[in-house]
Write a protein that binds this ligand. Sequence first.
Ligand code: NDP
Length: 485
Amino acid sequence: MTYPTQPTASHHIAGAYVEDTAGTPIPVICPATGETIATVHAATPELIGRAITAAREAQGAWAALPGVERGRVLRRAADLMRERNRDLSVLETRDTGKPLQETLVADATSGADALEYFGGLAGALTGEHIQLGEDWVYTRREPLGVCLGIGAWNYPTQIACWKAAPALACGNAMIFKPSETTPLCALKVAEILTEAGLPAGLFNVLQGAGDVGAALVDDPRIDKVSLTGSVPTGRRIYAAAAAGIKHVTMELGGKSPLIVFDDADIEDAVGGAILGNFYSSGQVCSNGTRVFVHRSIKEKFLTRLAERLQGAVLGDPLDEATNFGPLVSARQLEIVQGHVTRARDEGARLITGGEVLDRPGFWITPAVFADVTDSMTIARDEIFGPVMAVLDFDTEDEVIARANATEYGLSAGVFTRDIGRAHRVVARMEAGTCFINSYNDAPVEAPFGGMKASGVGRENSKAAIEHYSQLKSVYVRMGRVEAPF
Ligand code: NDP
């Protein structure tokens, strides 16, 4: 069955779909059924060159436009995305396996928020005036040039928009390489931006695996690299970008703590733990996968959690009653299954879930392990799947030290009714995004990014402007030049 929203070719270069079957074929597998729903081809060196040339040629004139004109295009694209939300959500569901119930409210809509927000900011980008007696300095906020976006597979539409919107608002061009696992959605973003009036060459999509990404990172005509991916990939790309002294944004993985104190509202805390572990079948970078629960309420928490997990509906993701989808690929299922087995072997107590379903596609039920200790693999490794580790604690100081004892620093959450404690604890968390009595909200207005190994730079909010532009200082002398000789 062909769906009306399916992109018509593998790449989008200079404002048009482009195919080149000489590139390595990449099958696009629907995670819910295991069926191949499309085939794209990896970009050949010729296409990579063509996209970079198109981006470089278009960027100067785009940067020279008044910001409000750039912003108008982005805001028009936001409107188109919202109008087509259902179609885009169906495509996202087929590409990633995430339930339509989620994609209708979290993907194209979040992409549209970014396009709208940065569309609004584009006209408000300014430098500053610094008076120095009679002389003065003014600063110009200038684009970086051609930015490269490289995406993970969990939020393909959102990641493309979170990178494209600030980049384009600041007057850059972008080349975006989606994950080879979910290559389709970014093409629709390119299609919509083109329809909204974005001049050709400013947003290009090239398919391929890591080697295509690496070739782009190494190209001297790329000025900035923004990656959403794992820490190991981040290390490689950061090093390659350093060789060319390129700007970087690194949105990497995490193993975030979610702390439930004994005075927490249990229903809310259980709800937060569900959202922070099982939304998108656990394939969310900021997930609170180490759930520290105060020893005195642990069994109550676990009982309620197990009860509420009975409400998980693992059905056709295109059915809006389904609220829990498959994992994205056979490989990811194998990784997650391996973690479930290892957790059992290392002595964690399985409360519920972790069963691979005997049906086509890549299905595993949401798993909760209790009695997890800090040294167990499930408490240390990012799993990127629906596996929650529940750990006990006794005191505030103890749990803060244990929560921070990781190389990651993406997010952290605290559930408590004590307002003083809530702020005191988040102030001590080594994490880029913290939540009080909530988990995993990501509004475009708030900076998002990691501390420690979880990343460099911030996406969203006004902070993203700093990462897609650079300042030029201009010194203006009003008097004569006094030279020593
Ligand atoms: P990967 O790190 O495996 O891949 C990320 C992207 O980098 C893919 O497009 C991949 O291509 C590409 N890539 C791989 N190697 C190279 C290379 N040497 N040079 C250039 N590009 C390369 O991540 P996943 O796709 O598996 O996504 C899961 C990870 O992403 C998790 O760790 C998760 O935490 C993180 N993530 C972080 C987010 C954040 O905002 N902090 C949000 C979402 C996810 P390909 O896969 O096609 O080979």
